[in-house]
Design a protein around this ligand. Sequence first.
Ligand code: SF4
Length: 121
Amino acid sequence: MGIRAVVNAPNWSESHHRGEAKCRDTSLTPTRNRDVFFEDEALALDICNGTYDGRVCPRRTECLRVAMFNKENFGIWGGMNAKDRLDMRMRYPGMPERWIWHAPGETESPSNEETQWPAAS
Ligand code: SF4
């Protein structure tokens, strides 16, 4: 049995029109020898959601949806921890159109542009 991603990771680099994923910027993750996205949940959430430097990751919604489709059970993805992603999956089972990041209390949907992302293969 192998592990297979349902959705391949998109291009997270600065060459993407939506911009570079913040987790690629090593200046934001000063802790050496560990991956904060798996070992420092609070810092990783701050980086994703902009409380670290005032800028939300431009790839956050896309990142969340990749994690949701691929059932990523560990680490911070799309500005959510594993428990929050599981809660979302249980709340909206089989409803990927609802797997979009909303700030607590936020009800508006992101722009169509933000929710476009690679189709599941
Ligand atoms: S939202 Fe995703 S792509 Fe952006 S910094 Fe967080 S983990 Fe990286």
